[in-house]
Design a protein around this ligand. Structure first.
Ligand SMILES: [Mg+2]
Length: 239
């Protein structure tokens, strides 16, 4: 019997409007150049770093653990471009870097996300399991509050806070252990085959792929969050 549902955040509950991550990176680079008094020649190097960061976030591994927190991301950037900010400069850059999402926020992926979560909450414990990037869990929490979906969750697991990332099985097991449920009594839903679907499978948690369109690379999958309950009943909760 399924007792707990964990959900991915980015591109499962919230998503960016077209180009806003690129816009934010432009603003982040601007802020770094301004705060550290750097010439515009550094912009290219900062952009290269953001590209490397994106790859590290897409394919988490032990070699790119520097990408787990915004602090270590910035430290690596400054080392790479050979710039050594004062403590104060570092902190003000970090503040802008991490809070950029608040002024240029993502949106709910579907209009009815809160209705779906409310329905799920009637029968299951709900846990959010999110790999964070430039925006840490503390800021994402504020965003979830603004989007009015924070209170549906019994627990929030952000990679920068627990210092582990999907697809590591132990991040999924953290949720199970917190509520004393077995992985087999848990369903995880998310849009990434690598991080959500296969990650959950490796932890023996039941996976559901969130796939609004396109050919399904794995099953079971759902096209929208309303289909989740039915997919769970059909595939994992037969008794
Ligand atoms: Mg995702």
């Amino acid at each position: 019997m399924i007792k707990l549902v964990s959900l991915d955040l980015w591109d499962t509950l919230i998503t960016d409007k077209e180009d806003n991550e690129r816009e934010r990176d432009f603003q982040r680079a601007d802020c770094i150049l301004k705060m550290l008094n750097l010439s515009d020649e550094y912009r290219g190097k900062i952009t290269d770093h953001f590209n490397e960061l994106n790859k590290s976030l897409k394919y988490p591994s032990t070699e790119n653990e520097w990408a787990i927190t915004p602090e270590t991301q910035l430290q690596r950037l400054f080392r790479t471009i050979n710039v050594y900010p004062s403590g104060e400069q570092f902190l003000s850059t970090l503040k802008f870097y991490t809070e950029c999402d608040l002024s240029n926020p993502p949106v709910l992926i579907e209009n009815d996300v809160s209705i779906c979560l409310e329905k799920l909450k009637e029968n299951y414990k709900l846990v959010l399991i999110s790999n964070t990037g430039r925006t840490p869990g503390s800021v994402l929490k504020k965003l979830l509050e603004e989007l009015k979906i924070l209170n549906y969750f019994d627990m929030l697991i952000f990679s920068d806070e627990v210092k582990m990332r999907k697809p590591e099985p132990k991040i999924f097991l953290t949720a199970c252990e917190a509520f004393h449920v077995l992985p087999q009594e848990t369903v995880h839903v998310g849009d990434s085959v690598l991080m959500d679907f296969n990650g959950a499978l490796n932890a023996k948690v039941n996976p559901v792929l969130y796939l609004p369109d396109g050919n399904p690379p794995a099953t079971p999958f759902i096209r929208n969050l309303f289909e989740l309950r039915e997919a769970m009943d059909k595939n994992y909760d037969k008794d």
